[in-house]
Design a protein around this ligand. Structure first.
Ligand code: SAM
Length: 472
């Protein structure tokens, strides 16, 4: 039944294969020679299969776990250096016809405020985001063919890209909307989207169906096969994720790696990103009602193991997580984070009063973008607003070959430093600016090619003189 190349959800995410994988992992969780062999393979930096990775996830040997964490840190450093890409979610509409039991936007929720931004309101939200310093957004919408048709999404993307306010610009719009048709994916591609993001929520078909009892999202196969349709529609950067807490994490972990293997086997390119959301309190939603919640320790273990299993896939953590959890996650493999986020519709222009709540979930990390920037700089990370790859056409397998050729330090690193400089000149508080400028001085020395370093130094001066948007 299991076939990574099949286009049928139940064959590339075979329930039987996952169950056999978990049994194999249980049987070998103390098999130190096998565990050593898998760790040795992971050290080659080419990833692990879902079976191999599942054995490591089942392993509880402290010494071996430490080796895995050390390796995750090393792989992260080798492929991503110390750069962290920043983005913000932008909620356009919370109208929704689905019945997802963990989400406050579910149709039966009558007390949440339903809101949909007009193009003019979107402009105001985006200006507020630009004034914070953001360059990269992920737009979020509930599923509602009448209130949120694809035309609304396309108009909104155009509005966002067209806004030029002071030195601000949104240079990459990622899209997180419900599974749709090849034709609609093609339209999104033509509108110039970055990554198409769709969380699977759970790979377990039976749980999936009971967690999505009503609405179009109920259809497991249509949802699970969405990334294949997106790729058929020409989108080659797709972002996977599961909502941890809904199902057994070991099942989800095997499932998401099988999904990545499937995309690689069929389309020749794995997922561009993997997100790791955990279920949060929200209007109408009590996370303790879901009994598969995972501890911070297991969460860290999952992140480290995803890092070593799919080294070329970026990993995202949102403000669902608190500062301390995010710090640990950054060390172990996360390469993109959101900052200064609002999860309500219209929340950037105006914070909502409690009785008018449209938010999707409670945010744990409530710091401003500038506070997050300063924190990252103090931890010796280079916060980056770079969007160069996608704008230079380095998407899908072309991005992967950049990673594989290890040219990232001659390309991504200078781009990160130049976008950081833009932020420091245009938006930073004095303390962030001071710390950031020192960081740039230090980090310039790590650009390997002398010529690239010289051009970067030149551009950094030009940024001070008012020019913007340089990239390699
Ligand atoms: N409506 C779209 C769909 O069906 O995929 C996507 C957008 S939804 C705004 C983004 C994600 O938020 C969902 O895929 C889900 O995983 C997550 N989410 C929903 N309820 C949540 C909760 N209570 N806590 C944390 N994340 C939640």
């Amino acid at each position: 039944m299991y076939n990574a190349k099949s286009l049928k959800a139940e064959e590339f995410i075979s329930d039987q294969e996952i169950k056999e994988t978990l049994a194999y992992a249980d049987a070998n969780k103390d098999n130190i020679s096998l565990i050593d062999e898998i760790i040795e393979k992971a050290k080659l930096g080419k990833g692990l299969t879902h079976r191999e990775a599942s054995v490591l996830l089942a392993c509880e040997n402290e010494e071996k776990l430490q080796e895995i964490y050390d390796l995750a840190k090393k792989i992260k450093e080798d492929y991503y250096g110390n750069r962290i890409v920043l983005f913000a979610p932008l909620y356009l509409s919370n109208y929704c016809v689905n019945g997802c039991v963990y989400c406050p936007y579910h149709m039966k929720n009558k007390h949440i405020s339903r809101k949909k931004l007009t193009q003019d309101e979107i402009r105001k939200e985006v200006i507020a985001l630009q004034d914070m310093g953001h360059k990269r957004l992920a737009i979020e919408l509930g599923e509602d063919p009448v209130n949120n048709p694809i035309e609304y999404v396309l108009d909104s993307i155009k509005t966002i890209y067209d806004i030029k306010h002071k030195n601000g610009a949104i240079r990459r719009v990622n899209v997180n909307i419900a599974a749709t048709t090849v034709e609609n994916y093609r339209k999104l591609k033509e509108a110039g989207i970055g990554t198409y993001i769709l969380f699977q929520e759970t790979y377990n078909k039976e749980s999936y169906e009971s967690l999505h009892p009503t609405g179009p999202k109920h259809d497991y196969a249509y949802h699970t096969e969405a990334m294949d349709r997106a790729m058929e529609g020409g989108i080659d950067d797709v972002g996977l994720g599961v909502l941890f807490g809904l199902e057994m994490y070991r099942y989800e972990f095997a499932g998401i790696l099988m999904h990545a293997e499937h995309l690689e086997a069929v389309h020749g390119v794995g997922p561009h990103t993997i997100s790791v959301p955990r279920i949060k309190r929200a209007d109408d939603i009590d996370p303790s009602a879901f009994d598969n919640g995972i501890s911070d320790e297991i969460f860290a273990k999952i992140i480290a193991l995803l890092r070593v299993s799919v080294p070329y896939t970026g990993m995202i953590i949102s403000t669902r997580e608190a500062k301390e959890v995010r710090a640990k996650a950054l060390e172990l493999g996360i390469s993109q984070i959101s900052g200064g986020s609002r999860t309500s519709v219209g929340g950037y222009v105006e914070e909502e009063p409690e009785e008018d709540n449209s938010a999707q979930f409670d945010v744990s990390d409530r710091r401003t973008l500038d506070e997050v920037m300063k924190w990252l700089i103090d931890l010796n990370y280079v916060p980056s607003f770079c969007t160069a790859c996608y704008r230079e056409g380095r998407t899908g397998d072309r991005f992967m070959s950049l990673c594989k050729s290890k040219q990232i330090s001659n390309c991504c690193h200078p781009n990160a430093l130049m976008t950081l400089k833009e932020y420091l000149v245009d938006y930073a508080s004095p303390a962030t600016k001071e710390a950031g400028l020192k960081l740039i001085e230090r980090e310039l020395l790590t650009i390997p090619k002398e010529k690239v370093r010289e051009v970067t130094i030149q551009h950094l001066k030009e940024i001070e003189n008012g020019q913007r948007d340089f990239r390699f």
